[in-house]
Write a protein of this length. Structure first.
Length: 85
């Protein structure tokens, strides 16, 4: 489909849900609450499937940001809530 429509993933985008502001917020909340996110689960599956090694997964996890996503402020405004600091 990408070839047919001459569409390309925007540069700097690594995630599969690049069109959704909720996905990075959800991932961030999951990491904060449980200590791991959806990407970590995907890496775990890839290890079990023999696609990558455990050390490769650990290195990929170390490289990804665990900081609050820039989409958080937009998300909070969309659902009409404010931060309690």
């Amino acid at each position: 489909m990408c070839d047919k429509l001459s569409w390309k993933v925007p540069e700097g985008i690594e995630r599969t849900h690049f069109d959704c502001i909720v996905h990075p917020v959800s991932e961030y909340i999951q990491i904060k609450k449980y200590g791991f996110g959806q990407k970590d689960i995907s890496y775990s599956n890839m290890i079990r499937d023999g696609q990558i090694s455990r050390n490769e997964a650990i290195e990929m996890i170390r490289k990804q940001s665990r900081d609050e996503p820039k989409e958080m402020e937009v998300f909070l405004r969309l659902i009409n809530i404010t931060r309690m600091i």
